[in-house]
Design a protein around this ligand. Structure first.
Ligand code: 5GP
Ligand code: ZN
Length: 113
């Protein structure tokens, strides 16, 4: 999708600190962390909202969700973690390519934008 920040990061056009990548997703460090560890799991398929998700995209999202706990070491998940998906303006969604925030480590907070 043109002019989408996360599509550009997926394409390697904008640099990011990549933690993991496969055919379905990339997981990068958030540029403005809201916890000790703050990662973004970004499905490679572009869609904005769960409400707009196709069946195929739902399958991709399921694989993303199943992958996250397997990356316990890489994402420092051992002590617990929080997943957040902001949906729409009132939730403070600022990048309109669906993504899962992964927050872990001490001081695991969430400050809405
Ligand atoms: P949202 O507000 O849409 O739920 O989350 C967007 C997230 O993307 C924010 O936490 C923000 O800090 C992060 N972000 C915005 N621009 C960049 C960027 O260029 N690189 C990375 N790694 N994260 C970004
Ligand atoms: Zn996109």
């Amino acid at each position: 999708m043109e002019n989408c920040l996360f599509c550009k990061i997926i394409a390697g056009e904008i640099p990011a600190q990549k933690m993991y990548e496969d055919d379905d997703m990339i997981i990068i460090k958030d540029i403005d962390p809201k916890a000790k560890n703050h990662f973004l799991c970004i499905p490679k398929t572009h869609f904005k909202l769960l409400a707009e998700m196709t069946e195929e995209q739902a399958e991709t999202l399921k694989r993303c969700l199943k992958k996250i706990p397997t990356l316990e070491k890489e994402l420092e998940l051992k002590g617990g973690y929080r997943l957040v998906i902001n949906q729409g303006d009132d939730a403070g969604q600022s990048v309109f390519h669906l993504h899962i925030h992964i927050l872990s480590g001490q001081k695991m907070g969430w400050t809405p934008a």
